[in-house]
Design a protein. Structure first.
Length: 661
């Protein structure tokens, strides 16, 4: 098709745009979408740019005028009030009326003859009146008549430059030669919990009515009020399905299990069923539904582990042998990551000729648990399954259930992690677990919050998992656990923990490895969550602070602040209207007291340079009067390795000082 040669606008460098529009950007309900682009044309004519957006499937576009930034850059924003897919694009046009108005004003100020210019302006206005309806059309025609017929030149000039006329003309532009951006870009809008959530993971089997007795869902219901009181909103359960007998692992991942060893929950499938069945000792489906309902009553919800793998005893092996890889000796290929071997796990063969049937069955697993009340899935090792499968599955599920959230457990290479996020995963595990120094935190978080990744990759920070006990928790003791809690909960708006082990500061590891000694993955534990040294009170307080302060409920407002001590990491989070200003300072050294000065960006925070301001420490409740941009902080890790402070920009009246002190 021949291009319309009279269109003179160029639109390029649109942001956000993921892989030339191949993937959608992400937001949650109520979040803003800020769009920028270079929009320009030839010559000296003025250009106008418009942001267009709509719900997917709608015909009419909503229009948002873009504001001009330096160097032909334009910007506009919009917010979404409901879940679902949306579309957006841009439009630019030469604005002949604004060009005429600019030139007219210059000629008037220079004292030139304006007669012909007034007639040209009247023609522009008359054309706009033809595009308008009702009262707007009548008003525009009256302006056009006045520019042509009024005998008073000053009155005609005043009408030509009238701001009401300017607004009316902007309301009825001439779009015949407008240029629309070549791509329609996509936006995926999820519910707010995709952006702000606090996860607590535990193994139901370890919370039986007596030590060593296998727990049930009924037993675990008694635990739920305590988890809710701690401020968590997502209760994450490892796989709850039947566990195989064949090749069952013993304590500490021993290749041979003893008669009492319960096996790994990730070895899914037995004669009792597969991915749509429950381990018999946990209870029935009715018991599970009651557990889910009890969670909802407490303002929380259940996240289930979605592990697409099978034990040798899984019904799929017998019913669908074509879904597995068979070796020349007639055995099924079990999972390996040399030198590691997982004899109790069989990977599915996604290259099977029966891949369509396999995909449909795996989708039915998700839909089955949705029917039981589950709306969040933590997906085990998604990077070991094909990307096209996940894009299809997540898209199919969200067409029916847009509120479903998928967390990607992919400790993989960066491009793989970001690729999974692009194709639909709501949240992702991250490298936070292995960031330790001040510069490592600054570099990593700056990349996540300032790069293109922020448009599609939502981090979920976990200081520990059943699979990973990082070295700093092995050797740093209770101070390291406290510091990592504050870092995870305040750097990212999504965070989680492998609960009982973290609460109790468990640091016992397999020698030379980042793995728990006597791991709960292979045995039933008896946790005394009230043992001396537990962190329940601190965890509860940190979660209260997160809920009470909107600045901590997003990741994208993170700003690092300067300190003169490399063991002190300082950063701020602020709401757009500056009504909530949170400063966090963390001592990264778990062994020694560290002190130094933190530089507060007073101008950016709206704090006048000459006035004192209040720093309210939210963990302890202490209050400090600070002056100027440099203020002293000292943190003893044995007492509390972190401050979470709310800064109040203005001191109260003198008679209100008792409120602070």
């Amino acid at each position: 098709m021949e291009k319309e040669g009279r269109k003179r606008i160029v639109i390029e460098n649109v942001r956000p745009e993921i892989n030339c529009g191949r993937y959608p950007i992400k937001r949650v309900v109520g979040e803003k979408v800020v769009v920028e682009a270079d929009v320009f044309g030839d010559g000296h004519d003025l250009v106008t740019a418009t942001l267009l957006w709509r719900r997917a499937g709608q015909e009419e576009w909503r229009q948002v005028p873009m504001r001009s930034l330096p160097n032909d850059r334009w910007q506009a924003e919009f917010s979404i009030s409901g879940m679902g897919d949306c579309e957006y694009t841009l439009q630019g046009r030469v604005d002949h009326f604004q060009t005429w108005r600019k030139d007219f004003k210059a000629r008037w100020e220079a004292g030139q003859n304006l007669e012909v210019e007034l007639l040209i302006g009247a023609d522009h206005i008359e054309a706009a009146a033809a595009r308008a309806v009702d009262s707007d059309a009548e008003i525009l025609r009256s302006f056009a008549t006045g520019l042509r017929d009024n005998k008073d030149l000053d009155a005609r000039v005043a009408m030509a430059l009238d701001e009401d006329l300017n607004r009316l003309m902007a309301r009825h532009p001439d779009d015949r030669l407008a240029e629309t951006y070549q791509r329609t870009l996509r936006l995926a809008v999820e519910r707010p919990r995709a952006l702000f959530s606090s996860w607590y993971e535990f193994f139901p089997r370890s919370f039986g009515s007596a030590p060593g007795r296998h727990g049930s869902f009924a037993d675990c219901q008694r635990l739920l009020p305590e988890i809710a009181d701690m401020g968590f909103d997502v209760v994450y359960l490892p796989p709850v399905h039947p566990i195989a007998k064949t090749n069952r692992k013993g304590k500490n991942n021993a290749p041979t299990a003893g008669p009492e060893d319960p096996g790994s929950p990730w070895a899914i499938g037995s004669s009792a069923g597969g991915h749509k069945a429950l381990h018999p000792e946990l209870g029935t489906l009715d018991d599970f539904r009651r557990f889910v309902a009890a969670t909802h009553e407490l303002g929380m919800e259940v996240a289930l582990d979605l592990a697409y793998q099978c034990s040798p005893d899984h019904p799929y092996v017998r019913e669908h042998p074509e879904w597995f890889r068979w070796r020349p000796d007639g055995t099924v290929q079990y999972a390996e990551n040399p030198p590691k071997k997982y004899q109790d796990v069989l990977p599915l063969n996604f290259e099977t000729e029966k891949w369509r049937e396999l995909w449909q069955e795996l989708k039915s697993v998700v839909l089955f648990w949705i029917e039981q009340g589950v709306r969040i899935f933590r997906v085990d090792n998604p990077h070991t399954k094909p990307f096209p499968f996940w894009e299809w599955l997540i898209g199919e599920v969200r067409q029916e259930q847009p509120e479903v959230i998928f967390l990607s457990e992919a400790f993989a290479r960066p491009k793989i992690m970001y690729g999974l996020a692009k194709i639909g995963f709501s949240q992702s595990y991250t490298y936070f677990t292995w960031r330790n120094t001040k510069q490592e935190f600054v570099n990593y978080l700056t990349h996540l919050t300032r790069g293109e990744e922020r448009e599609h990759f939502r981090p979920n920070f976990w200081p520990n998992t059943p699979d990973i006990l990082p070295e700093h928790l092995q050797y740093g003791g209770r101070p390291a656990f406290m510091a990592r809690l504050v870092l995870a909960a305040t750097l990212s708006s999504n965070y989680g923990m492998y609960g009982p082990a973290f609460e109790l500061c468990v640091g016992d590891a397999v020698p030379g490895k980042e793995e728990y000694l006597d791991s709960e993955k292979y045995e039933i534990k008896s946790w005394d969550r009230h043992a001396a040294g537990h962190l329940r009170d601190l965890i509860t307080r940190v979660n209260q602070i997160r809920r009470a302060n909107p600045a901590l409920q997003t990741t994208w407002n993170l700003e690092f602040y300067e300190t003169d001590n490399d063991y002190l990491l300082a950063y701020g989070k602020v709401t757009g209207d500056l009504s909530n200003i949170i400063l966090t300072v963390v001592n990264l050294d778990p062994f020694h007291t560290q002190a130094g000065f933190v530089r507060i960006p007073m101008e950016a925070l709206g704090i006048a340079g000459e006035q004192p301001y209040l720093a309210h420490e939210l963990i302890s409740g202490d209050k400090y009067i600070w002056h100027g941009e440099r203020n002293y902080v000292e943190l003893d890790p044995r007492l509390m390795p972190a401050h979470i402070m709310q800064l109040h920009r203005r001191m109260r009246r003198e008679q209100d000082f008792d409120y602070f002190f």
